[in-house]
Design a protein around this ligand. Structure first.
Ligand SMILES: Nc1ncnc2c1ncn2[C@@H]1O[C@H](COP(=O)(O)OP(=O)(O)OP(=O)(O)O)[C@@H](O)[C@H]1O
Length: 222
């Protein structure tokens, strides 16, 4: 479904991704692991078409982002950021905005009501209080609440691929388990960056290790 071939990405004079390749099948979860600074987030941002890369090819069902169109690409392949997005309003208003932006045509009232219900159900499954989703300001949520709310949103807008950048990094242990379950239950394929060595075993899926080649200098720290 998704194929990344021989990607090269540099920042200034440092090459971060060199001949980076992967593939992802429908409904598959691929864990991307490796030391801090190796380029995991950079790889996700290139795949999401949020960052440029120098060479290589990324295709979704054999179509490049240029062939599919950038908006369409992001409808299918959704990057879930590690840090809180800025938004003025409630999580529910952010979801309505995202739903509207994704729909080429106006969403009918009944479809919107159904999709809002789905969003609330996913939020609830991750331990989020429905009142806070509907009436609390986005900026007032805790880090862990905001992280779960954005994951619920990205699941509820139903992309084909989720690009998850440490999706439970702000969550406590019990919330982490709820997040893992919600992502698994969604059945959406995912490339999942994780620093928790136990997570891939709990969730299941393939693991791709982005270790530096033998003999290379230590990874540059942030
Ligand atoms: N916008 C940028 N400009 C310059 N260098 C950058 C930029 N973004 C990332 N880098 C550098 O690219 C390298 C890879 O960063 P990246 O965030 O992709 O690593 P990572 O493997 O996701 O790290 P972590 O596990 O700590 O999140 C790092 O050395 C980082 O400093």
């Amino acid at each position: 479904m998704l194929r990344v071939s021989c990607l090269t990405k540099s920042y200034n004079t440092s090459t971060i991704l060199n001949s980076f390749s992967l593939h992802l099948n429908p409904k598959e979860i691929l864990f991307l692991v490796g030391p801090s600074g190796i380029g995991k987030s950079s790889a996700l941002r290139c795949i999401a078409n949020l960052d440029r890369y120098e060479s290589g090819e990324i295709t979704f069902y054999d179509k490049t982002p240029q062939q599919l169109g950038f908006c369409e690409w992001r409808r299918h392949i959704t990057y879930v950021p590690q840090h809180r997005v800025s938004f003025k309003g409630t999580p529910m208003e952010l979801f309505k905005r995202s739903l509207g932006l994704r729909s080429r045509r106006n969403v009918s009232k009944s479809t919107e009501t159904q999709r809002l219900g789905e969003y609330l159900t996913i939020c609830k499954s991750m331990g989020l209080n429905q009142d806070s989703i509907q009436s609390q300001q986005w900026v007032e949520l805790s880090g862990g609440q905001a992280q779960r709310a954005i994951i619920a949103l990205c699941i509820a807008i139903r992309p084909d691929v989720l690009l998850l950048d440490e999706p439970s990094s702000s969550c406590d242990q019990s919330s982490t388990l709820l997040v893992e379950q919600a992502i698994k239950d969604s059945g959406i394929a995912a490339i999942w960056v994780s620093h928790d060595p136990t997570q891939p075993h709990r969730v299941g899926g393939r693991i791709m290790n982005m270790s530096p080649p033998k003999g290379s200098p230590p990874v540059r720290l942030h």
